[in-house]
Unconditional design. Sequence first.
Length: 105
Amino acid sequence: MVNMRAKKKAQPLAEQEIDQIVVTQAEEDAAWGKPVRVRKTKTVRVPLPSALAARVAFFARLHREPSMEVWSERIIQERLDLEEATFAGLKRDLATRYRSTQQEL
């Protein structure tokens, strides 16, 4: 039995239809917003002692990461997330303690 009330999904536009829309909007000034300037982010180099770099290389290979940089970035991001969560928890605990001491007074 077919459900006739179900809405049909919109069919994706064909590439030619998309091209046609882009070409028509390209000539309309109202279709365009302000230009956006994008700057390439500068990479940062962090010098590592050779023993630490060897350990990083080992674990990057162990985790099958494409490079030491990719693995290091992932590990640093994970650590920062952990630190931020810990900091937020401590802040919350301090605020709770402060409120409870204020209520006692």
